[in-house]
Ligand binder design. Structure first.
Ligand SMILES: [Cu+2]
Length: 169
C-alpha cells in the first residue's frame, strides 16, 4: 500500500466515525462527548489480554460517566464505545494503522500517527499502551443497544467486548 492510499483511508474513516456517532444503531444515538466538569459517576475499567473487568457496565439514560481505563496487559488495548457497525469501520482503520507503522501490537508511534493525520482522539475511544491509563468522558443520551470493544486486530474477534446495560431496558 502506498502512503497516499493510507491517507485516503484515514480521511474516509474520520468522516465515517462522525456520521456513525450521530446515528449509530436503528436511528438512535450512542451519546456524545461528556463535559469533564459535570461527571455523575466515575467507573474504573481494567483491560487485559482479550478481556475487560467489568464486562457489563450499568448506566442510566442521561448520565455522564468518566471511564478510567487501565491497561494491565502486555499488548495495546482499546476502550471504544459504540456498536458493531461503528466497530466494523474502525477495525479496518486499525489494520491500516498497523500496516503503515503507526502502531504495533505493543506500542503507538505518535509521530507516525500525526504524520498520517491519525490523532486517534475520538471522544468515545481510548487506545492505551501497556501499563498506561486513559479517561473517556461520555454522556449516554439515549437508551440504545451498545457496548465497548477493542478494535486492535484480532482482539474483538477474540472476545474483547463488553456490554453497556441501560437501567430499565
Ligand atoms: Cu485489545
Amino acid at each position: 500500500m502506498t502512503f497516499m492510499k493510507s491517507i485516503g483511508a484515514t480521511a474516509a474513516f474520520i468522516l465515517f466515525a462522525g456520521s456513525a456517532l450521530a446515528g449509530a444503531g436503528h436511528g438512535s444515538s450512542i451519546g456524545k462527548a461528556g463535559d469533564p466538569d459535570k461527571v455523575d459517576r466515575v467507573i474504573e475499567v481494567s483491560m487485559d489480554e482479550m478481556k475487560y473487568d467489568p464486562k457489563t457496565i450499568n448506566v442510566e439514560k442521561g448520565e455522564t460517566i468518566k471511564f478510567v481505563v487501565r491497561n494491565e496487559g502486555n499488548l495495546i488495548h482499546e476502550f471504544n464505545l459504540g456498536t458493531k457497525e461503528t466497530w466494523d469501520g474502525h477495525s479496518k482503520e486499525m489494520k491500516n494503522m498497523m500496516k503503515s507503522g503507526m502502531m504495533t501490537m505493543k506500542k503507538l508511534n505518535h509521530a507516525k500517527m500525526m504524520e498520517g493525520g491519525m490523532m486517534h482522539d475520538e471522544p468515545n475511544s481510548a487506545l492505551v499502551e501497556p501499563g498506561q491509563t486513559a479517561e473517556v468522558v461520555w454522556t449516554f443520551t439515549e437508551a440504545t443497544e451498545m457496548g465497548f470493544a477493542c478494535n486492535v486486530p484480532g482482539h474483538r474477534e477474540g472476545g474483547m467486548a463488553g456490554e453497556i446495560a441501560f437501567a430499565g431496558h
